[in-house]
Design a protein around this ligand. Structure first.
Ligand code: B12
Ligand code: SF4
Length: 467
């Protein structure tokens, strides 16, 4: 039996408004690379069309579909990319109505029915996609269109949308093949955001799935579940060695929701990196309550250059409510990080429920009081799949469901009685200016500009945040 040929596509932002955009910063599409790896392992021919990262226009995407002539198309989409994903699916059906269109990623997980009702998506996959996508392909191979036995999907049947039984989370994540990096046309073209601290040739990696915390603004919990599932240190080391030997990678960005949840595991990974003399530098996400001096010390020895902490609020009550953190714990973690020789980046969010101009001021002041190397300020956005989305819907706070505007830097998409959207957006710009336009911070950053690319990235970051 001939195996289905699959084309995996990340749709370009802005495609549906006729205004395709190339993002200033990109990272390797790990979701598609994982799906591709499992399909290839099972004998499927897979291609990847990276519209999102390289800003392909509709003609380029159409041409890619025509050239590839797939039987199945897999689209990935964060919420902001969902209008583009629907358009690409429509185009695919126009080119060949027999193509089966599958959509996965955060938006398809949270808004599966919307995805199907928009017309051209046949199957929406919820959460982890590797095994479900494989089963969809096997069903297509058989010439069947009976998706009912595949767990964890929504699909269309006779004009109706149907949901199948829930798929349990994949517990043994070690059994997944490593991401299929070889399918990218050029892995060197990826230029991650400056706060990831990239130095030299870079790749992204993820060592765990799921997050137990359940912060209200985050849609990761619903997509990946609360159960933390993780790869063994040996499996992580194998991928690091592969990336170094095969691609000459010198810098890794760990994209785990939080890398440091299990201290002993991180220590094991770090010890392995040190023993293998990998000489790879890296960055990761963490939470302030998870680090201590000894952990940070070994992370530094293993090459950790920078840690991103989700801090979000400066007001003590909001910090407790939304992050289950105390200001002292945050301050200690950031200071210890700096003392360990690691740069700390803080993520802050303005406009969470209950926010006032006073609490925004507290957030800006708190950010400035911490020994952070860099900080990002975003406007709170209710992504479908998050508790904030449910809360905002229930309280009629959502002003638009034009998902192309859900990007954390735009005018807020919620309307609170006591805080205007432009006050939040104005505060975001002010926060950025106040944080960075300090002699100490400017000096740090100017001294770390080593080449033209660094300079361009800093200018781009400033433009995105101030425009
Ligand atoms: C790396 C990353 C980025 C990278 C690039 C991502 C990429 N090319 O894939 C960059 C830095 C560019 C980025 C940008 C943004 N990001 Co981002 N990002 C992430 C991050 C940290 C990791 C993504 C990842 O690689 N995961 C690992 C892979 C293996 O998982 P995955 O992608 O989810 O894929 C699995 C499933 O979702 C599913 N799946 C995914 N695609 C498909 C496709 C098919 C066909 C199938 C079957 C299954 C499937 O199967 C995969 C394997 O199991 C996530 C948080 C997280 N922990 O997931 C946020 C996250 C995806 N980002 C988010 C957001 C909001 C953004 C921004 C919009 C805003 C911002 N400032 O961060 C911007 C875009 C801005 C713009 N102007 O365009 C949100 C998305 C929420 C939502 N519902 O939309 C997330 C979930 C963060 C969060 N906590 O809320 N991001
Ligand atoms: S914001 Fe981070 S810590 Fe909170 S639930 Fe999401 S991934 Fe977990």
């Amino acid at each position: 039996m001939k195996k289905t040929k699959v084309l995996l596509i990340s749709p370009t932002r802005g495609l549906a408004n006729g205004n395709p955009k190339t993002p200033k910063f990109q990272s390797h599409p790990l979701g598609l690379l994982y799906i591709a790896a499992l399909l290839e392992e099972r004998g499927y021919k897979v291609e990847i069309l990276e519209g999102y990262s390289f800003g392909y226009d509709l003609d380029r995407i159409r041409e890619g579909i025509r050239r590839s002539r797939p039987r199945g198309i897999g689209l990935t989409a964060m919420t902001i990319l969902s209008p583009s994903a629907y358009l690409v699916a429509e185009e695919a059906k126009r080119i060949d109505p027999s193509i089966i269109t599958v959509m996965g990623g955060p938006h398809a997980t949270a808004m599966s029915q919307e995805a199907l009702k928009r017309g051209s998506i046949d199957v929406a996959i919820l959460g982890e996609g590797e095994e479900a996508m494989l089963e969809v392909c096997e069903t297509i191979d058989d010439g069947r269109r009976d998706f009912n036995s595949i767990k964890g999907i929504w699909y269309k049947e006779g004009g109706e949308t149907r949901e199948t039984e829930k798929r349990p989370p994949l517990l043994d994540v070690d059994k997944l093949p490593h991401p299929a990096y070889h399918l990218l046309s050029d892995m060197d073209k990826y230029n991650p955001p400056p706060h990831w601290g990239k130095r030299g040739k870079f790749a992204a990696m993820i060592t765990s799935r799921g997050c137990p915390y359940g912060c209200i603004f985050c849609s990761v919990t619903r997509a990946w579940g609360r159960r933390y599932r993780y790869r063994s240190p040996q499996n992580v080391l194998d991928e690091l060695i592969f990336l170094k030997e095969r691609y000459g990678v010198k810098y890794i960005s760990f994209r785990d929701s939080t890398l440091t949840l299990l201290k002993e595991r991180v220590i094991d990974i770090c010890e392995d990196m040190i023993d293998a003399r990998l000489d790879i530098k890296w960055n990761c996400n963490s939470r302030a309550n998870e680090v201590d001096r000894s952990l940070l010390k070994i992370m530094r020895e293993a090459g950790c250059e920078s840690i991103q902490y989700g801090i979000e609020c400066g007001n003590a009550d909001m910090l407790k409510k939304f992050k289950r953190l105390d200001r002292d714990i945050v301050a200690d973690a950031v200071s210890m990080t700096k003392r360990s020789g690691i740069r700390a980046h803080g993520y802050f969010m303005l406009g969470l429920p209950g926010e006032t101009m006073k609490t925004i001021r507290e957030t800006i002041d708190f950010a400035k009081s911490l020994p952070l190397y860099s900080a990002g300020f975003t406007t709170a956005t209710p992504f479908p799949g998050s508790e904030l989305w449910d809360y905002s819907l229930e309280n009629n706070l959502i002003v638009t469901k034009d998902f192309s505007r859900y990007d954390l830097k735009n005018i807020p998409v919620t309307l609170y009685p006591n805080l205007k959207p432009d006050e939040i957006l104005g505060s975001q710009k002010r926060a950025f200016r106040e944080f960075y336009l300090r002699p100490k911070i400017l000096a740090y950053h100017l001294s770390s500009i080593k080449n033209f690319n660094d300079l361009r990235n800093y200018i781009n970051e400033a433009l995105i945040n101030l425009k």
